[in-house]
Design a protein around this ligand. Structure first.
Ligand code: PA5
Length: 457
């Protein structure tokens, strides 16, 4: 459910969007919808177009995941950006928060799960030293097969596996990469790694519902069929629903676009559920990398985008909300709430205590969380801040699948409304090239001199 009343015009917010404004978006939205559906038909929106194909592959992924569970105690994902955030977000949403600390029995004999999405040598070494490599499977995920961070991790792990597992080292590496391009294709062919394919038309940050996310999820016992069903249902709704008020992606994009054009340069994504904490990281990448663009489609300089901020309710009420209520009015807020938590804990009542602590007793902890969310909404309303709620009935594979597709489609719509390409990332590529140059990759000598010269200056 989407509750967007906090985004609408009110006494406190006379300049906010009105129903009339939203209605006036309909023709523009219609054009965006036609354009996006056309792109989808032409193979440019494969995060949506290939969902059924992914469902078709799910059984094979599940079988391999079940095999891994029987043979390995640890499953380590090596990847970065779109090749790591989705799997992390879904794992945190759908597995117990302290999953790795549970006994094997409580994990249903599924492997422990680690994601190494950085190259801090201390952290990497700490992890590698804590693992029994003979019982560990490494999933190297890189669409390009060229990303220096992931390739460096891979080379380190490959060497260690060769030393420990000798001829069987290749049985500890599974690769998820492009069909044809990149180092990982050649290496898996030469060295015999099991390989899963990321469809070429799906970019990193849109790839969670491909083997990138499906394999790690299945390994840890997440129901990938339900995840995909939720995604497919949301995808269908968004594709088929023409009316902006009934189409959640269109509605959120219209609100986002309207607010951006009126100076709300920041979008705060604040789930009120610890399970969705990393979903905020995933959203931040999706929003930042897709919409932060210098040029529009006609190559005009526009320097557009909306800065995503990840926050967590209620934790960040005690760190960021002061700024949100009294700082610059340049933000919109999305709260993601869960109506029914898996667990509830009753706060014990003790009549002997003072009234000012006793009042908490007899309530569920979830009630306190919901009250905190309402109180924050109220404080933001008083300060005239624009906010909306995405409400999940509960946190399960189906609703998480729905949420992923909603946010992906919303981003695609925003790209269309802003007249930019939401699916490339030239700014990221620039940094990747700079790294190749500085690390001595052949062919990048000229760039190296340019960087060194510019740094010296
Ligand atoms: O969304 C994207 O395309 C990026 O964030 C990539 O996922 C990230 O740069 C990693 O790239 P790769 O999967 O090619 O290693």
């Amino acid at each position: 459910q989407l509750d967007y009343t906090g985004m609408m015009r009110s006494e406190k917010n006379p300049k906010a969007i009105s129903e009339k404004d939203l209605c006036s978006f309909q023709p523009q939205m219609h054009i965006a919808r036609v354009a996006l559906l056309q792109k989808r038909a032409q193979g440019e929106l494969d995060f949506s177009a290939l969902l059924l194909e992914m469902k078709g592959q799910a059984q094979q992924i599940q079988e391999y995941a079940d095999y891994l569970s029987e043979h390995y105690e640890n499953f380590v994902l090596l990847g970065i950006g779109g090749s790591a955030l989705g799997p992390q977000a879904v794992h945190q949403a759908l597995r117990p928060y302290y999953y790795n600390e549970l006994s094997s029995e409580k994990r249903n004999h599924r492997p422990r799960f680690y994601v190494v999405d950085n190259i801090d040598p201390t952290r990497f070494k700490d992890l590698l030293e804590s693992l029994n490599l003979e019982k560990t499977m490494f999933n190297v995920i890189s669409k390009s097969g060229n990303t220096s961070e992931t390739m460096a991790q891979f080379l380190i792990v490959r060497q260690m596996l060769k030393e420990v597992c000798k001829d069987q080292f290749n049985e500890h590496i599974v690769v998820t990469t492009d069909q044809e391009k990149g180092n990982l294709v050649t290496l898996s062919e030469n060295e015999g790694y099991r390989r899963f394919v990321i469809p070429s038309g799906i970019g990193g940050r849109f790839s969670e519902l491909t083997p990138v996310g499906l394999l790690p999820a299945a390994v840890c016992g997440i129901n990938i069929f339900e995840l995909l069903d939720g995604a497919i249902a949301m995808d269908k709704k968004i594709r088929e629903q023409k009316d902006l008020f009934e189409n959640p992606a269109q509605l959120r994009a219209a609100l986002g676009c309207f607010s951006l054009k009126r100076g709300k340069a920041i979008s705060v994504f604040m789930p009120y559920a610890d399970g969705l904490k990393t979903m905020a990281d995933w959203y931040a990448q999706l929003w930042a990398e897709s919409l932060g663009k210098r040029y529009d489609r006609q190559e005009q300089e526009i320097w557009t985008g909306q800065t995503p901020i990840k926050a967590l309710g209620v934790t960040d009420q005690h760190s960021q909300v002061q700024l949100y209520t009294e700082g610059p009015n340049d933000k919109i807020f999305t709260f993601v709430t869960v109506r029914i938590f898996d667990e509830e804990i009753l706060i014990p009542k003790d009549d002997d205590l003072e009234q000012n602590i006793q009042f908490l007793g007899g309530h569920q902890l979830g009630d306190l969380l919901r009250a905190e969310h309402k109180a924050t909404e109220y404080a933001l309303s008083l300060a005239g801040r624009l906010h909306q709620n995405i409400i999940l009935p509960e946190l399960n594979a189906y609703t998480v699948g729905q949420l992923l597709l909603l946010l992906e489609w919303e981003t695609a719509y925003m790209g269309e409304l802003l007249n930019i390409n939401a699916f490339d990332q030239p700014g990221v590529e620039e940094g990747k090239i700079g790294t190749y140059a500085l690390m001595g990759r052949p062919g990048y000598e000229q760039r190296r001199s340019e960087i060194e010269e510019s740094i010296c200056k």
